[in-house]
Design a protein around this ligand. Structure first.
Ligand SMILES: Cc1ncc(C[n+]2csc(CCOP(=O)(O)OP(=O)(O)O)c2C)c(N)n1
Length: 278
């Protein structure tokens, strides 16, 4: 590993930490949540926005920018946090999250600068991303499309239709990343609609699949830097994660899918996460 790699990883870890601190503050202030959903993808967002995505906060309509779609739009607190950190809008705006009149709505909404697609009705981001990827190919463009799905989301919407469509059209400019935290809103994924053998399903649909630890910034960086994995095939990254990652009593729990951290629980979470500047 080079010195640059080490400092890149340290920066990604720090950014993930700052995302979690913002999300805790935002969901407490708004008395709303999806805190666990944001925590499970903090490292994925940190690496994507830290070093992978070719985006420019000063040129929102740059035609050749990469497109990122947070299909699991209920996790928008994490997305808004990373966009603010990357300078798409002032950090102070995060304090308005989920409040009347705010540009930062309770599900990912394009009123927030940098949000490409409004999402929240689960199961649609991959269809939109596949369409964008096909359009980019036909226009001879080099930009890439990234779609972040949640695992429970794969039970619904139109996930499996673009899963068929993308290989048919050789969309190697399309990458689906799945935040596989094994917990959905009311129960464990395996008890509601088991996805296993999950990687084999995507392979059977002719995607090139990599499985990674979704909290290991070096693995995320190495994997997403190697895109496309294979010419002519769409890319699938199954990121094994922990719902609520970073705060022990939130980890792996259904309770913290939608619970606002308040009082002693907030204090305890803050103690565990530690200082945002460290
Ligand atoms: C079409 C649709 N149905 C139901 C919901 C309500 N809902 C919100 S989050 C969620 C599931 C959350 O679990 P998962 O998809 O695994 O996401 P995670 O938060 O664990 O990343 C559901 C069913 C929705 N947003 N959209």
């Amino acid at each position: 590993m080079t010195v640059t790699d080490v400092s890149k990883s340290a920066a990604a870890r720090k950014l993930a930490h700052r995302i979690r601190r913002h999300v805790l503050d935002m969901t407490c202030r708004a008395k709303s949540s999806h805190v666990g959903s944001s925590f499970s993808m903090a490292e994925l967002l940190a690496v994507l926005y830290g070093s992978i995505l070719r985006v420019d906060p000063n040129r929102l309509d740059w035609e050749d920018r990469d497109r990122f779609i947070l299909s699991k739009g209920h996790g928008c607190a994490g997305l808004y946090a990373v966009l603010a950190e990357r300078g798409f809008f002032p950090i102070e705006w995060l304090q308005t999250f989920y409040q009347n009149g705010s540009l930062l709505a309770g599900h990912a909404t394009t009123t927030a600068p940098g949000v490409e697609v409004s999402t929240g009705s689960l199961g649609h981001g991959l269809s939109i991303g596949a369409g964008m990827a096909l359009a980019a190919k036909r226009d001879g463009k080099q930009h890439r499309i990234f779609v972040l799905l949640s695992d429970g989301e794969c039970d619904e919407g139109s996930i499996w239709e673009p899963a068929l469509f993308a290989p048919q059209h050789g969309l190697d400019n399309l990458t689906v990343i799945i935040d596989y935290n094994k917990v959905q809103s009311l129960a464990a994924v395996k008890d509601v609609m088991d996805l296993e053998p999950f990687a084999d399903k995507w392979r059977a649909f002719r995607w090139n699949v990599k499985e990674i630890d979704g909290h290991d910034v070096e693995q995320i960086e190495a994997t997403l830097s190697a895109l496309p994995f294979e010419e002519g095939r769409p890319n699938c990254v199954i990121a094994h994660t922990v719902k609520g990652k970073g705060v022990s009593f939130m980890e792996h729990t259904v309770l913290w899918h939608y619970r606002s951290p308040q009082g002693e629980e907030l204090e305890a979470a803050l103690r565990e996460l530690g200082d945002a500047e460290e």
